[in-house]
Unconditional design. Structure first.
Length: 361
C-alpha cells in the first residue's frame, strides 16, 4: 500500500494498519435476498450509487430437496446473476426426476455490495479523497461493510464463527489458504467453517482433514459501527448525528479483481473430485475468496439397487493452491442420486470478487 497520500487507520483489533488513499476502492453493502427456482428478479436493495459497480457475493446457489423419488433429489440452482438499480436479476434452473416445472422454492441467496468510482459529492457530510472512490463519503448508517474479524487459523473438522460476529447479523467470510486435499466449506446453518474427507463413506463425506495457516477476513454488513475503544480515531457522523463510519474496524477494500467461475454440468460416471482450477482476473497479489457454495458433486460410495447405481450428493466447497481455486465436493446433503440420471457435478456461473490479503496481514 502506498503511504505518500491518504489516511492511516489503526483499527482496534491491533492488526496491520490500513492506508486509505485516492486509489482505494471501498465496498459498501446494498442488501441480500433469496432467489427462487421459478423467478428471475428480486428487489428491495438499497439503490446502487451512480457510476458504481455492483459486487455480488452469493452465500449459496444450490438447494436440494428431500429425496422423495428413488432416482434422487430435486435440485434448484442459480445459473447466473446481475444487478442494476436496486434489483438482483438472475436465471435459475430446476432438475428433478419428478417434474420439469420449477416451483417457487429457494434456489440460492446472495449479498450485494457496490464500489463507487470518483464523482461529485452526493452528501454534505463526510471526507472525500479527490480522484479516488469516494469511499469515505457515507451518509447512511447501514451502508458500509466492516472487517470485524481477521486472523490466521487452523481447522481440523470445524471452526466456529465468533458469536459476537454472528450476533451482528449478515456476514461474509473471505479466506486464503493452500490445500489440495481437504476443502473449506462455510456451513451457514451452524455458523462454522468446516473441512471434509472420507469421500468413500456411506454418507459421502465426514468432518475432518487438517488445513493450516488459513487467513480469514470476516466482513459484517449493514451494522451501525461502534466508536473506537480508545476514544481516538476517525469517526464520521451524518446530519442526524448518527455514526456512519468508525476507524474501530478496518474497511472493506477491493482492487477490481475477481474469480470468473463458468457454468458446467457433468453427468459422467467417474468417481473422484471434479476439480477445475481457475486464476483470478484483475490486480490482486494475494487473493482471498468469499466462502460460499457454487454447486453440487458426488461421493465415491456406490450402492446398487434394481439395476441402478446410486452415490451420495454433496454440496461443493473450495480448494485453493497458490492463487488458483476450484470448487470441490464437501458437505453431505444427506441424499443420494442415480448415476447418469443425477449429475456428477454442477457448477454455477459466478464472478466472485476477491480482496487482497496484503492489505490485512
Amino acid at each position: 500500500m502506498a503511504d505518500i497520500f491518504g489516511v492511516r487507520i489503526t483499527p482496534d483489533d491491533g492488526g496491520k494498519q490500513i492506508i486509505l488513499d485516492a486509489s482505494m476502492r471501498y465496498a459498501s453493502y446494498l442488501g441480500g435476498a433469496t432467489m427462487t427456482a421459478n423467478g428471475s428478479a428480486v428487489g428491495g436493495f438499497k439503490s446502487q450509487p451512480a457510476g458504481s459497480r455492483p459486487l455480488i457475493v452469493p452465500r449459496d446457489l444450490f438447494r436440494l430437496s428431500a429425496q422423495a423419488n428413488p432416482a434422487g433429489p430435486s435440485i434448484a440452482f442459480v445459473k447466473s446473476m446481475s444487478f442494476a438499480g436496486n434489483t438482483l436479476n438472475y436465471t435459475a434452473g430446476w432438475k428433478s426426476p419428478e417434474t420439469n416445472t420449477a416451483p417457487a422454492t429457494p434456489a440460492g441467496f446472495a449479498d450485494v455490495f457496490s464500489v463507487a468510482y470518483a464523482a461529485n459529492p452526493a452528501a454534505q457530510y463526510g471526507v472525500r479523497f479527490m480522484n479516488g472512490a469516494n469511499f469515505m463519503e457515507i451518509s447512511d448508517v447501514s451502508y458500509a461493510g466492516y472487517v470485524t474479524f481477521r486472523g490466521i487459523i487452523d481447522i481440523n473438522g470445524s471452526w466456529g464463527i465468533p458469536q459476537g460476529i454472528v450476533n451482528m447479523g449478515n456476514y461474509v467470510v473471505f479466506a486464503r489458504w493452500s490445500n489440495t486435499d481437504a476443502p473449506l466449506f462455510l456451513d451457514r446453518a451452524n455458523n462454522t467453517i468446516n473441512t471434509y474427507n472420507g469421500f468413500g463413506s456411506t454418507a459421502g463425506s465426514v468432518l475432518g482433514g487438517l488445513v493450516s495457516g488459513i487467513q480469514i477476513v470476516i466482513v459484517s454488513c449493514g451494522i451501525s459501527p461502534a466508536l473506537p475503544a480508545s476514544g481516538y480515531g476517525m469517526v464520521i457522523r451524518n446530519a442526524a448525528n448518527q455514526v456512519v463510519y468508525s476507524s474501530r474496524y478496518p474497511p472493506v477494500m477491493w482492487t477490481d479483481a475477481y474469480y470468473d467461475f463458468p457454468y458446467y454440468e457433468d453427468f459422467g460416471d467417474p468417481t473422484g473430485d471434479s476439480v477445475r482450477w481457475i486464476n483470478p482476473t484483475g490486480n490482486v497479489a494475494l487473493p482471498m475468496i468469499p466462502l460460499c457454495s457454487l454447486g453440487v458433486q458426488r461421493g465415491d460410495y456406490t450402492r446398487s439397487n434394481n439395476g441402478y447405481r446410486f452415490r451420495p450428493v454433496l454440496y461443493a466447497g473450495f480448494k485453493m493452491s497458490g492463487n488458483s481455486v476450484s470448487t470441490s465436493r464437501a458437505k453431505s446433503a444427506g441424499v443420494e442420486g442415480a448415476v447418469y440420471m443425477q449429475p456428477r457435478a454442477i457448477q454455477a456461473a459466478c464472478q466472485l470478487p476477491c480482496i487482497d490479503a496484503s492489505y490485512y496481514f
